[in-house]
Design a protein around this ligand. Structure first.
Ligand code: NAP
Length: 448
């Protein structure tokens, strides 16, 4: 990077204040000392999926927010919340204001469940369902009907496990988390006794991580069960050693679930495999789901023509996510990321996190992503005395956008902590208006 030659301070905008955005800010700071970084998010609150995706009963995972707060508090880093690219400011405008723009806005949409009956009431995508219990303002009004004995979750990833755990865990335990108040209320009167997690491939093909799978066997008043006929005796030795070790640990959990007595607890989480959904049953709302039994052919789940039904009143499809196009940039053929060349989109725009690689990996995976892209930006960019926030702020004011800074977020956070149930870390606001109601006067003062 050529800032010494030009004398200009490099100005960067990061779009998306989740893990990928914060790790990129940290890495840019290390690569380009003295740079200015504005982290823009469409919500008034930072932390993305750490706040609205990580399950509420996994508070220790959310502790990463403390690290992100330290990044946000660096004097050259600014949080600009409640500003949406394509709504309040365009990508082309950001190109005029910043030397480089890093897109880190994730994959907010559910992969489509392309089945007859998928439109029925009571069928939800995991993005919406997880957002609902995590108080994401987009999904706070979901109000799923839990007045049924059965729920089915389609998919064999960690999101499916999160949803099953939240549906099954005693509310006395969930109450000590930051689960949305509206979700806790509904779960308190839930009649769901049997939750099915159903995968289209075999037990050893599931994408669960062992810690998450094991946890299903440790929930108070809940028994995790599996059909012994679907659980193999051993992992095949044709796999690489690391993969074999991981699968063997999952298999240990599943073998224990296969021995569990379904009648031993009031609630059950059933793990079902080799079943691909073919139809959601019901007239105006979901009453059941039909699966076709499968076998694996060249790694693919191929139906054997026989079917069975699971009666249920709730279906959550946890089959992965899709990206949201931004700034007119092209999405990949599967629409789960932006078309990019190892994080570079053009001479000024870069992409990190799920929006770069698709919805995979853990929070820490984004650290490597951020470091890689920061190195690349440092090599590519010759700072051109761009105005940065000095141009963005007047544009937002002229358009009547009430943006939040980090102090406003801290005011929102303080109000959430003050409103917490006994034993809970916070009670999240579930509407943008309520968030701005706590901090808007400060926003006006800050921008006057
Ligand atoms: P995922 O791990 O990719 O799992 C998606 C599941 O959906 C797979 O079992 C896949 O089956 C299945 N699927 C896809 N299309 C389907 C279809 N048309 N019909 C039936 N099943 C279908 O995705 P995820 O669970 O959404 O998780 C996303 C990422 O977040 C993962 O990296 C995950 O580990 C991470 N995450 C981590 C945690 C945690 O660490 N606690 C919590 C939540 C999420 P196939 O395998 O057959 O394609």
């Amino acid at each position: 990077m050529n800032d010494a030659a030009s004398g200009a301070t490099p100005k960067f905008a990061i779009v998306g204040a989740g893990p990928a955005g914060f790790y990129t800010a940290e890495a840019l700071n290390a690569q380009c000392p003295g740079c200015r970084i504005d982290i823009i998010d469409r919500l008034p609150t930072p932390y993305g999926l750490v706040r609205s995706g990580v399950a509420p009963d996994h508070q220790s995972t959310k502790a990463i927010e403390e690290t992100f707060e330290q990044i946000a508090l660096q004097p050259n880093v600014r949080f600009v919340g409640n500003v949406e690219v394509d709504r309040d400011v365009s990508l082309d405008e950001l190109r005029g204001f910043y030397d480089a723009i890093v897109l880190a806005s994730g994959s907010p949409h559910d992969a489509p469940l392309d089945l007859p009956g998928a439109h029925l009431r009571g069928v939800f995508g995991a993005s919406a369902f997880v957002g609902w219990y995590n108080a994401h303002p987009d999904h706070a009004a979901l109000a799923p009907d839990l007045d049924h004995a059965g729920a089915v979750i389609i998919g064999n990833g960690n999101v499916a496990i999160d949803v099953a755990r939240v549906l099954s865990k005693p509310t006395a335990v969930l109450s000590a988390s930051d689960i949305a108040h509206h979700a806790l209320d509904r779960l308190e009167s839930s009649r769901i006794a049997d939750t099915y997690i159903v995968g289209r491939r075999g037990a050893l093909d599931a994408k669960f991580t062992t810690a998450e799978l094991r946890e299903l066997g440790e929930i108070e008043d809940v028994v995790a069960v599996a059909d012994p006929g679907q659980i193999p005796d051993a992992v095949g030795d044709d796999l690489p050693a690391r993969e074999r070790r991981i699968k063997a640990k999952n298999l240990e959990c599943l073998q224990a679930f296969a021995k569990a007595d379904p009648a031993s607890k009031a609630r059950r989480i059933h793990l079902r495999f080799n079943s691909k959904p073919v139809e959601i049953l019901g007239r105006d709302r979901v009453e059941g789901i039909r699966f076709e039994r499968t076998r694996l052919v060249d790694g693919q789940a191929v139906g054997d023509g026989t079917t069975y039904d699971i009666p249920c009143g709730l279906v959550v499809s946890a089959i992965g996510y899709r990206a949201k196009a931004i700034g007119g940039l092209a999405l990949s053929a599967s629409a789960d990321r932006l078309v990019n060349d190892e994080g570079r989109i053009d001479s000024q725009v870069y992409v990190v996190g799920w929006l770069r690689r698709g919805p995979s990996g853990k929070i820490g995976t984004n650290r490597t992503d951020g470091e890689t892209i920061a190195e690349r930006i440092a090599q590519d960019i010759a700072p051109a005395a761009k105005p940065g926030f000095n141009a963005l702020e007047p544009l937002l004011l002229a358009r009547g956008v009430t943006w939040t800074d980090f102090a406003h977020w801290k005011a929102i956070e303080a109000a959430e902590k003050a409103a917490a149930r006994t034993g809970a870390p916070r009670q999240k606001f579930a509407s943008v208006d309520d968030m701005l109601g706590v901090c808007a006067p400060a926003a006006r003062a800050a921008s006057s």
